[in-house]
Design a protein. Structure first.
Length: 480
């Protein structure tokens, strides 16, 4: 932004006198913040102290004006914090970088920046208008420190894994995935690093599982149960690994094995077998088993009588154990006021607490920022959260990203990217995305090629999954 006005040399000189007197009358701590006072030790050198390096005199002045949202923003001159805006500050003649920053949250800031030169006995004024939210410098520096520390820890674990330590191999795999999550929050990193880290995590998990390490067997089974961008879905192999680990007494494997039987994944559905494993896992304090028992008591599966009290009891136990499925379910109830008093702000807190561990929670967090449910509406933050969820192949996140890129919410309109998001979501089984693709190919809008046959195919796929809009559209087409 161009400075609002210049002050003449005579006016500037008067202002400089006031600014310099004001600075001189302040205690040292008030000018530069609290300092640690080192003890003074008498010595021969004390009588003849070393000459301090020359300091350029403060012979110019800058007035930083802030109103509205910019009020109380932090003012930095050449990287040094000088106070909160509005502010009059004395500076040395020469090159000046003025930066005014206001934090939005722990990750984002709004900033105003100018670079200019000052000559002696002059003054300039700048009226601050903060820019759009962006990732803060402090956040980026902290992430870089974390990245380097994680890499160092990972190298240590990999050496132990190479020596046959199954537990270290699993920890190294988890460390690789932590780096993938951290990568998503950083700027300027090579996307190829994600692929390399993912391959490394898979190899380390497989190594530990092959060595008979039960938690590693469960980790591989969980990945194969759900499928991911880096490891395909394989329910039969997941069932086998869960069974082996459960036979070895692993409680998490019991919860996983119960889910396979309850949903008919890799084996015919069998509620009775599922209930047996849920009870065994819950006895061993497995959160997933507790949440499974809660759902069985709520719906009356496996011959149980529906029991709302038992449902609440087991749900509370699962939440207390930190089970992400239970926490997400509780958050959705609070968001919608389903059986509990509505509290959307608390719902967002719950989603955020397990977002790193559970992509569905990351999706719900992004959705909350997009719609302004429990938090101020923030499409830019929503885009960030939904992109991370989409990286974990969450079909609902991909669907919303398609809509945001189509409408220009939190980002510029990008119709080819929008279409790609809709297609990825549909390929992962999201009926609403299939219906959207049907509409786009039927009309040829939003960058899609008009293709009535392809549109009909997508409508049929969505209708087969119970999508009411697709069913209605098929009925409409049949009447034409």
């Amino acid at each position: 932004m161009t400075p609002r006005f210049w002050l003449g040399r005579r006016q500037a000189a008067a202002w400089l006198v006031v600014a310099s007197v004001g600075a001189q009358t302040l205690p040292a701590e008030a000018q530069s913040g609290p300092r640690r006072l080192e003890p003074v030790r008498p010595s021969a050198a004390a009588a003849a102290p070393a000459a301090a390096p020359p300091v350029a005199p403060a012979n110019a002045a800058v007035r930083v004006g802030c109103e509205g949202e910019a009020a109380n923003a932090a003012v930095y001159i050449n990287g040094e914090f000088r106070g909160d805006c509005p502010l009059d500050v004395s500076v040395a003649a020469g090159a000046i970088e003025l930066r005014v920053v206001k934090r939005v949250d722990e990750r984002l800031e709004r900033a105003y920046q100018q670079e200019f030169r000052m000559t002696a006995n002059t003054a300039r004024r700048f009226d601050v208008e903060l820019g759009a939210p962006q990732t803060s410098r402090d956040f980026l520096r902290a992430q870089d420190v974390r990245w380097r520390q994680h890499l160092a820890d990972l190298q240590t674990l990999k050496k132990r894994a190479e020596a046959g330590d199954g537990a270290a191999a699993l920890q190294a795999a988890q460390g690789s995935r932590s780096l993938i999550q951290l990568h998503a929050r950083m700027e300027g990193r090579d996307p190829a690093e994600i692929q390399s880290l993912a391959r490394q995590a898979i190899a380390l998990e497989d190594q530990a599982a092959a060595q008979g390490h039960l938690p590693a067997m469960v980790a591989v089974a969980q990945a194969l149960e759900k499928g991911s961008a880096h490891r395909g879905r394989n329910p039969a192999r997941a069932l086998e690994l869960y069974a082996k680990a459960a036979a070895g007494g692993n409680a998490a494997a019991m919860g996983g094995l119960a889910a396979m039987h309850a949903n008919g994944w890799g084996t015919p559905r069998d509620d009775a077998v599922a209930l047996g494993w849920l009870q065994k896992g819950a006895e061993r304090e497995d959160g997933r088993s507790m949440f499974g028992l809660a759902t069985f008591h709520r719906t009356g599966r496996a011959g149980l009588t529906p029991d709302p009290a038992a449902f609440e009891q087991w749900l509370g136990k699962a939440v207390a154990k930190g089970e992400p499925r239970a926490i997400v379910h509780s958050g959705q109830r609070l968001r919608d006021g389903n059986g509990v008093a509505q509290d959307q702000a608390r719902a967002v807190q719950l989603f955020a607490s397990v977002a790193d561990a559970w992509p569905a929670a990351r999706f719900l967090l992004g959705r909350a920022y997009l719609l302004g449910e429990g938090v101020p509406r923030d499409p830019v933050r929503a885009l960030t959260e939904l992109t991370q969820a989409a990286d974990s192949q969450n079909p609902q996140a991909l669907l919303l990203l398609g809509s945001m890129h189509q409408q220009g919410q939190g980002t510029a309109v990008n119709l080819p990217q929008s279409l790609a998001f809709f297609r990825r979501s549909a390929e992962l089984g999201e009926p609403a995305a299939m219906t959207m693709l049907g509409n786009l190919h039927q009309t040829g809008l939003a960058g899609a090629a008009r293709d009535p046959a392809l549109a009909l195919d997508w409508y049929r796929k969505a209708a087969a999954l119970g999508d009411a809009a697709a069913t209605k559209q098929l009925e409409h087409l049949a009447r034409q």
